[in-house]
Design a protein around this ligand. Structure first.
Ligand SMILES: [Zn+2]
Length: 394
């Protein structure tokens, strides 16, 4: 059976297409032309819908000895673990993927697959390609080597996310936001989370499978979420708004720092070892100049990755906050839908008594506007302070 697709929650249609394509790909390797396989794919869907999970599973199915993505063979295992020699994952560490990285990857992807099946290039966050990198990729997609497959992940096929010409050469697999019930049942049946915990984290994660899993497992993540959901009742005056803004930013910074600290330290010590710190022989001086450059380069990449981790953490907090104001609005309107945050439902219904529907909507819009502002590079502190003031005034 094809087990590699089991992690794709609530995506039956997409899984059907990918299974069919994997079977066709296996037929091509056997020498019988199959229908349904193509060399360039785009996986789209909202954050948490499983774009990269889908791409990884499909890559595994392509490398699977049985051609279905059994999950047990060497090809499946190494692909899922990220160590298969013919599967390259491009995960942008900073805010964009540069042209020199892309050229190197494209060149590698053009070589014959060492395992005799496919050369697969998975580009996560393809929306973060620079224009020049996009052009380098387009060239490769337009003239694909016979056994090379490109898997791109983007939030949507909007021209802001992926160029129209790349889009036109790819087959698109749209993933939908999985319903909370589907997430809850996966957490309960596969991860062994108790059913009632699974249910509330699935709702609180608002369709984001990875977030639901983190909330179920990590007490720190739950604590951070609670601090965010305490914001609405802390806004009692202008001073409190600025305090709340500082606290939210500091929390995002701390979360991001924890997320990247380990990788940063490991990378730095690996580089220092490789450069052989010390040395006095001939050429040591010029070697030292060269290694200073490499260390600088590493620091630049790490800084860029830290910035991105901070933005991601802040964005998660804003999504949680938006969920609260959405709850207030649905309670106010008596909409027949479940609340996002079951644990703050009482607070939300007290707010619904107090606020008008219009002022609730303005608050929700203030959170969404803050997300948009940060997305277009407004300084996070300024955007968050403006949001807090709007949340307080209503
Ligand atoms: Zn397999």
């Amino acid at each position: 059976m094809s087990r590699v697709f089991a992690d794709l929650v609530g995506q039956d249609e997409a899984v059907g297409v990918l299974r069919h394509a994997a079977a066709a790909a296996a037929a091509i390797i056997e020498g019988t032309p199959g229908q349904g396989m193509t060399h360039a794919w785009i996986f789209t869907g909202p954050p948490g819908s499983g774009r990269s999970v889908a791409a990884r599973a499909f890559a595994a199915a392509l490398q699977c000895a049985t051609g279905v993505g059994c999950g047990d063979c060497h090809g499946c295992h190494t692909t899922l673990a990220g160590t298969h020699a013919d599967v390259r994952f491009v995960v942008p560490e900073g805010l964009s993927i540069g042209v020199s990285d892309m050229r190197a990857l494209v060149l590698r992807a053009a070589s014959a697959p060492s395992g005799g099946r496919w050369q697969v290039l998975v580009i996560e966050d393809a929306d973060r390609l620079t224009e020049a990198a996009g052009n380098a990729l387009l060239k490769a997609i337009e003239e694909p080597p016979p056994r090379t497959v490109f898997l791109l992940c983007t939030p949507s096929t909007h021209p802001d996310d992926i160029s129209v010409t790349i889009r036109s050469r790819c087959r698109v697999i749209p993933l939908r936001q999985p319903p909370p019930s589907a997430i809850a049942s996966v957490l309960a049946s596969r991860d062994g989370v108790s059913p009632d915990v699974a249910q509330w984290v699935a709702a609180a994660a608002q369709g984001h499978v990875g977030r639901a899993r983190r909330l179920a497992r990590d007490p720190e993540a739950r604590k951070r979420r609670e601090a965010v959901l305490a914001v609405p009742r802390r806004l009692t005056g202008v001073g409190a708004c600025f305090d709340a803004a500082s606290a939210l930013i500091a929390a995002a910074e701390a979360e991001a720092e924890a997320a990247v600290a380990e990788t940063d330290a490991a990378e730095r010590s690996a580089l220092e070892t490789a450069l052989g710190a010390g040395g006095t022989g001939r050429g040591a001086a010029s070697a030292a100049r060269g290694s200073a450059g490499q260390l600088k380069d590493l620091e630049r990449r790490q800084k860029s990755r830290a910035t991105r981790a901070q933005r991601d953490a802040l964005d998660r907090a804003l999504v949680d906050l938006a969920g609260f104001y959405r709850d207030v609005l649905t309670l106010k309107m008596r909409a027949p839908v479940a609340v996002v945050h079951a644990d703050t439902e009482q607070l939300a219904s007290a707010a619904a008594e107090k606020w008008t529907a219009e002022s609730t909507l303005r608050r929700l819009e203030a959170v969404l506007a803050c997300r948009d502002a940060i997305e277009v590079n407004v300084k996070p502190r300024i955007a968050v302070e403006a949001m807090m003031l709007s949340l307080w005034r209503g």
